[in-house]
Ligand binder design. Structure first.
Ligand SMILES: Cc1cc2nc3c(=O)[nH]c(=O)nc-3n(C[C@H](O)[C@H](O)[C@H](O)COP(=O)(O)OP(=O)(O)OC[C@H]3O[C@@H](n4cnc5c(N)ncnc54)[C@H](O)[C@@H]3O)c2cc1C
Length: 467
């Protein structure tokens, strides 16, 4: 192997954590290398957020035409659906953004090294594969993300049993699809496949969809899924897959005991595992938690002072914007900046099916435990929003939680059209430590969906107007 090249910072992984951290470090005058074994942009751009949103846009268009076309006088005859084209579009979008990341790295004079990185010392990375190099750096930033996890009884073959990774390339719409897991990924794919014509059943072990979401929000989502013909079975656990020449037979255990479900394809959306194995971490003494996520402190430093970790690799929530925010914070801390810590309560979670789901801050139960019965809760349903009615998207609501003394906003839970965009306003309000009174005093254009946020704030103040 060639002699070591020297950098200020070596980043392993070019997902939204790694590439964003690298750019920020370069802005701060650091000489940076990014090591990537696959496509620049990571899971997010290539196999996650972006291509899935391209597919979701198609699904939403299908649903709009099918369910609401007539309402608006758009009768296009029989809808012809070609899911292959939607997949082609999603791959093109991913390619475009992947090239965009390469361009950004180049513009910031960051060296992109193709190959698999392995930590060979507290300041040393060995790269193998597409290039064979040794990189030394004052600091190493681990941003290797996470990968799909499936239980041993659910072997992924890419044909009949898929994870999101295979699904994002598969052009087939099965007649019957079983989705295992009603987390964000399961919900989004269930929506896409159902819109393009699959009969979809979702099983979820927990007692609600989107475990972790507000129970009222999850119930509203489930109602809408039922209305779309998507069957959701809660409290139902995957037991065993039986393969034969015909349909797959899946044994599940639910509230009514054991049962066998049939499907042409199974999509496993159960969970993700950190990509911390084979990175050489144990040998250098980087401590991992029981699930293999790197243990970090509030500045993203691992148990080895010269090694930091961010993004999915550093633990939940596994979200792209959390990875980017941590990446920026990690390098700013390394540069000695006095900056606020990343507050997990200020990181929004979004699900982009229809209806959309978004939340930020405390859950209602958590907020009640903290503030008691004086917690201020303001609700506004989209059935009372002029814009939502005009657009024929009236499912869902906005719920804002505020502490009792000043009305400072401590959380929000949204389900309905536009929820993933609306939550940003509440995020800003929380950053500014704004109150429901201030949010309500902010003029919101009429008619917009954002008025629902203002109305929920008014309701929390006990002076709702339109509901
Ligand atoms: C289907 C799906 C949809 C999603 N949708 C959303 C969404 O809408 N919004 C959202 O916020 N999040 C979403 N996510 C989650 C999001 O993709 C992740 O949270 C995010 O990509 C994590 O970023 P990261 O930088 O930590 O790691 P990653 O994006 O996983 O990037 C890690 C990179 O490191 C590389 N790597 C790993 N090991 C090595 C090594 N040894 N050497 C060199 N390179 C290596 C990998 O090839 C990869 O490119 C979705 C995920 C999936 C699967």
């Amino acid at each position: 192997m060639a002699s070591a090249e020297r950098f200020d910072l070596a980043v392993i992984g070019s997902g939204p954590g790694g590439y964003v951290a690298a750019i920020r470090a370069a802005q701060l005058g650091r000489r940076v290398a990014v090591i990537e074994e696959d496509r620049p942009g990571g899971v997010c751009l290539n196999w996650g957020c972006i291509p899935s949103k391209a597919l979701l846009t198609g699904a939403s268009l299908v649903e709009t035409l099918r369910d609401h076309g007539e309402t608006f006088g758009v009768v296009a005859g029989e809808l012809r659906l070609d899911y292959g084209k939607a997949i082609d579009h999603s791959r093109k979008v991913a390619d475009r953004l992947c090239k965009g990341v390469q361009g950004l790295l180049k513009k910031n004079r960051i060296e992109l090294i193709a190959g698999r990185g392995r930590v060979a010392g507290p300041n040393r990375v060995e790269v193998r594969g597409a290039s064979e190099r040794v990189v030394e750096a004052d600091h190493l930033l681990l941003a290797t993300g996470s990968a799909e996890w499936t239980p041993p009884g659910l072997p992924v073959d890419g044909e009949r049993v898929l994870t999101s990774r295979e699904a994002l390339e598969s052009k087939r719409i099965p007649e019957r699809l079983l989705v295992v897991g009603a987390g964000a990924v399961g919900v989004e794919f269930a929506y896409v496949y159902a819109a393009y014509g699959s009969r979809v059943t979702v099983i979820e072990m927990a007692s609600q969809m989107l475990p972790g979401a507000d129970p009222e929000v999850a119930a509203a989502l489930q109602r809408e899924f039922r209305r779309k013909g998507i069957e959701v079975r809660l409290g139902t656990r995957f037991e065993e897959l039986k393969q034969d020449a015909g349909d797959l037979r899946v044994a599940v255990a639910g509230p009514k005991g054991s049962e066998e479900l049939r499907a042409e394809q199974v999509l496993a959306a159960i969970g993700r595992r950190p990509r911390s194995a084979d990175l050489g971490l144990e040998a250098v003494g980087v401590a991992l938690d029981a699930k293999g996520f790197v243990r970090v402190d509030g500045r993203f430093r691992s148990s080895v002072p010269s090694i930091s970790a961010i993004g999915d690799l550093a633990g939940a929530p596994l979200l792209a914007h959390k990875a980017s925010e941590e990446g920026i914070a990690a390098v700013e801390f390394l540069a000695g900046h006095k900056r606020p810590a990343v507050d997990p309560h200020h990181i929004p979670a979004c699900i982009y099916a229809e209806p959309q789901v978004a939340w930020i801050g405390l859950g209602e139960a958590e907020a009640r435990a903290k503030y008691g019965d004086d917690l201020r809760v303001g609700r506004f349903p989209f059935t009372a929003s002029g814009k939502a009615i005009a657009a024929a998207h009236t499912a869902g609501f906005v719920k804002i939680l505020a502490e009792p003394r000043y009305g400072q906003i401590v959380g929000a839970h949204l389900v309905g059209a536009g929820a993933t965009e609306l939550v940003a306003e509440i995020g800003l309000a929380m950053t500014l430590e704004a109150t429901t009174g201030e949010l309500a005093a902010t003029s919101h254009a009429h008619p917009t969906l954002s008025e629902a946020v203002m109305e929920a704030a008014l309701a929390a103040e006990g002076r709702g107007i339109n509901f």
